[in-house]
Design a protein around this ligand. Structure first.
Ligand code: ZN
Length: 455
């Protein structure tokens, strides 16, 4: 018998405990547990006062809100001179506008801008997870209190989500996909190495049975949502964004299997045909949707599919691509995609297709996520709709309408504030001055500066 199995055998042997010993243990446990029981019974009450509150459900601005928070949940939202409960912590945000914490349904926390190409091959999974810890913090401080991370090799995103939930790392609430599924040689594969390396990305899967197996595998290792690539993309060598990659039969099998296991499905799709086949396969959201045509819009409206336009990178790349040392194939594809995307997004917004906000941060620096509100409005969306896309619509797509997306009773105390009226100027949302998640203040440039001025 090895020492290891001997230890195992010992640990399984039932232990005898005398009555006196048992009573002593119970007394110790009770005395240790009492402070925690007390803390649970009386969660801290926090009262937030502000100039206005934006409610995405009604689309209205409410004057002089008084938000009462108990622990990590919203207790009530009232107006005017509501008396402050005894012992409450009061945060006075002056004339600022309070909004629900923003939600980004398409981000890449475990990667940085410029990571495409050969340099990215040298980044290990542990390194990617640490990059994720840095970017999770930046994203939260930008006002995004919940995100969906769509695509991470090695399950670095699962590790990040779990570390945030455990309180080890600061960041938004997360849903994660793990490795994205895609065809061999497609946008979600890794196509940079020579054939003798025989290398495929973790999510590569071909054929109906293989995609079903891959869905089960990523769910097994912690995916909350399934991401797959229905068409080619910009940052992948040797494929074409205008062409479909998975067949309709593969998409059907993939989505059906994911739904059977209680997971929603997000698809990267540029080509008009890929978008339509994915929507017919009952995908929950079309990410990017660059070559979306009228028939595709109609199908998305019939199926109530969300469009996640990821429009800010279009503007960011126009300005910064020349300095980013991207490979030539990226620049060539971007030159085709950017003008088409701007035109088609404007048409999609006018059509009334449902939109959830996604930023594709990771293509550009994390923390600039609020630029997506500005870019959607620049492409023709009303400011109220842009705010709804980044709050209640995103919450609905994530299946989290019961807990985030608006400042209403019983939802998590996730909220942000900006000085001024963001409905008149959405670019204010690029820099929020106050961030609370789960009842904890992570950023306060308003009440703290007012307190300093009074001293
Ligand atoms: Zn992306």
């Amino acid at each position: 018998m090895t020492s290891c199995s001997a230890k195992f055998a010992r640990s399984r042997r039932p232990r005898q405990l005398s009555l006196a010993g048992a009573l002593l243990v119970a007394a110790i446990l009770l005395s240790v547990a009492r402070p925690f029981l007390h803390a649970q019974a009386t969660p801290q009450t926090t009262v937030i006062r502000a100039g206005k509150l934006f409610d995405p459900q009604s689309g209205q601005l409410q004057d002089r809100p008084v938000i009462v928070i108990s622990g990590n949940r919203i207790e009530s939202v009232r107006s005017g001179n509501t008396p402050v409960p005894a012992g409450a912590r009061v945060i006075d945000l002056g004339d600022a506008t309070v909004l629900p914490g923003f939600i980004d349904v398409h981000t890449h926390l475990t990667s940085n801008a410029g990571g495409a190409g050969y340099e990215g091959l040298g980044i290990s999974t542990p390194r990617a997870a640490l990059t994720g810890a840095k970017n999770a913090r930046l994203t939260l401080l930008a006002g995004f209190t919940a995100v969906r991370n769509v695509g991470a090799e090695g399950y670095a995103d699962v590790a990040l989500r779990d570390a945030i939930e455990a309180g080890d790392v600061i960041g938004p609430r997360m849903q994660v996909s793990g490795p994205p599924l895609g065809i061999t040689g497609g946008h979600c594969d890794s196509n940079l190495l020579a054939p003798e390396f025989h290398f495929n990305a973790e999510g590569a899967a071909d054929g109906v049975e293989a995609v079903m197996h891959k869905v089960r595998e990523v769910v097994k290792y912690g995916a909350d949502v399934i991401k797959f690539c229905a068409s080619g993309g910009v940052f992948s060598k040797g494929d074409n964004p205008l062409l479909e990659q998975y067949s309709p039969a593969e998409m059907q099998a993939l989505v059906t299997e994911a739904h059977r296991l209680g997971r929603k499905v997000a698809t990267h799709a540029h080509s008009a045909l890929a978008i339509k086949d994915a929507v017919r396969a009952a995908v929950d959201s079309v990410e990017h949707g660059i070559f979306l045509d009228d028939e595709g819009i109609q199908l998305m409206k019939e199926h109530k599919t969300f469009l996640v336009p990821t429009s800010y990178p279009l503007f960011w790349l126009e300005e910064h691509a020349p300095q980013m040392h991207f490979p030539q194939w990226v620049l060539e594809k971007a030159a085709i995609i950017i003008p088409a995307a701007k035109q088609n997004m404007t048409r999609a917004f006018r059509s009334g297709v449902r939109v959830a906000l996604g930023t594709d941060a990771g293509v550009y620096p994390h923390g600039e996520n609020g630029g997506e509100f500005w870019s959607m409005v620049t492409l023709g969306m009303a400011p109220i709709q842009a705010l709804q896309a980044g709050t209640i619509n995103a919450a609905e797509l994530m299946g989290w309408s019961d807990r985030v997306g608006s400042i209403r009773k019983d939802k998590f105390a996730d909220l942000v504030a900006v000085n001024g009226n963001p409905l008149a100027d959405v670019s204010l949302l690029k820099h929020v001055q106050f961030v609370m998640k789960d009842g904890v203040v992570y950023k306060d440039e308003i009440s703290s500066s007012a307190a300093k001025a009074e001293q």
